[in-house]
Design a protein around this ligand. Structure first.
Ligand SMILES: NC(=O)c1ccc[n+]([C@@H]2O[C@H](COP(=O)([O-])OP(=O)(O)OC[C@H]3O[C@@H](n4cnc5c(N)ncnc54)[C@H](O)[C@@H]3O)[C@@H](O)[C@H]2O)c1
Length: 282
């Protein structure tokens, strides 16, 4: 028996990376999945892999920045599979990057349309369907960039922080309907979003990402799919309004390097062995 037997899910951005891994995982746990993405070739490949993994899936071409397309993805779930239990608002891109004074208004708005407005639309249109079946699970991909700033990532950080707080306000309102609303804050996951902009591609990116957090490897799409599965499943029946951090320890504190050493300790700033007494005695 699968953890998502008889559940129906819409997953946006499921042609690649985190969304793709999650769609395949959900299908393997018994869910029927609407794979929603701009990218038809990638989306159809995900559908094939979902089916190979034992589930049902269909592709729905959708631009999540468009209200009618998000509405269409939800409608497709109901038309094709008769109900909606889970939506994973996951589609994303880097958007406007670079110094703040160089960001055009147009690129700012385009970024927030995909990274934030789409999450609002996903929640708005899934709620009526979830009410009809007595509850549901809404999941969105935020980021550790929604918990901290990132140089040159102003629109991205602003949008992801907003996803975290939209998750909380929606959770407060929808608990009475047994609709749970949570988001995931991934750290550095080695997906095309990251490695397509790094010279040397996937392998170089994996080495690069391994050095940012105490758990010394790059994040994998499956690390996030595992959390999405938990939040989608009945195991998370009492979890709502949460921002689940999955980042190999990146945001656990400052000064950490792989292997448990510490940049701060390396320059003699961190605690040493033994005892650190009152400062006046030193
Ligand atoms: N990779 C990371 O390190 C990381 C870290 C934190 C958060 N995230 C977030 O995870 C989510 C998934 O990203 P990923 O890393 O898997 O990247 P990815 O590029 O592999 O996948 C993103 C998918 O979103 C789709 N997409 C982009 N714009 C769209 C639109 N307007 N409408 C529909 N689909 C659209 C793309 O076609 C792609 O299939 C994003 O929200 C991203 O911001 C990624």
């Amino acid at each position: 028996m699968g953890r998502l037997d008889r559940k129906v899910a819409v997953i946006t951005g499921a042609a690649s990376g985190i969304g793709r891994a999650t769609a395949i995982r959900f299908a393997g746990e018994g869910a029927a999945v609407v794979v929603a993405d701009l990218n038809r070739d990638g989306g159809e490949a995900t559908v094939r892999d979902c089916k190979e993994n034992g589930g049902s899936a269909v592709f729905q071409q959708a631009d999540v920045a468009k209200e009618s397309d998000v509405q269409g993805a939800v409608a497709r779930a109901v038309k094709e599979f008769g109900r909606l239990d889970i939506i994973y608002n996951n589609a994303g891109l880097g958007g406007a990057v670079g110094p703040i004074e160089n960001i055009t208004l147009e690129n700012w708005d385009r970024s927030l349309a995909v990274l934030l407005r789409a999450v609002f639309l996903g929640i708005k249109y899934s709620v009526p369907e979830m009410r009809k079946v007595g509850g549901g699970s809404i999941i969105s991909t935020a980021s550790v960039a929604g918990l901290r700033g990132g140089p040159g990532l102003h629109a991205y950080c602003a949008a992801k922080a907003s996803v975290v707080n939209l998750t909380r306000s929606a959770a407060l309102e929808l608990g009475k309907d047994k609709i749970r609303v949570n988001c995931i804050c991934p750290g550095g996951i080695n997906t095309p979003l990251v490695y397509n902009s790094i010279p040397g591609g996937e392998q170089v990116s994996a080495q690069f990402l391994a050095h940012f957090q105490p758990l010394a490897r790059a994040g994998r799409p499956d690390d996030i799919a595992g959390m999405a599965l938990y939040l989608a499943s009945d195991d998370a029946e009492w979890v709502t309004g949460a921002a689940m951090v999955v980042d190999g320890g990146l945001t656990a504190g400052w000064g950490s390097t792989p292997g448990g050493g510490g940049a701060a300790q390396g320059v003699g700033l961190g605690p040493r062995d033994g005892w650190s007494g009152p400062s006046f005695e030193r």
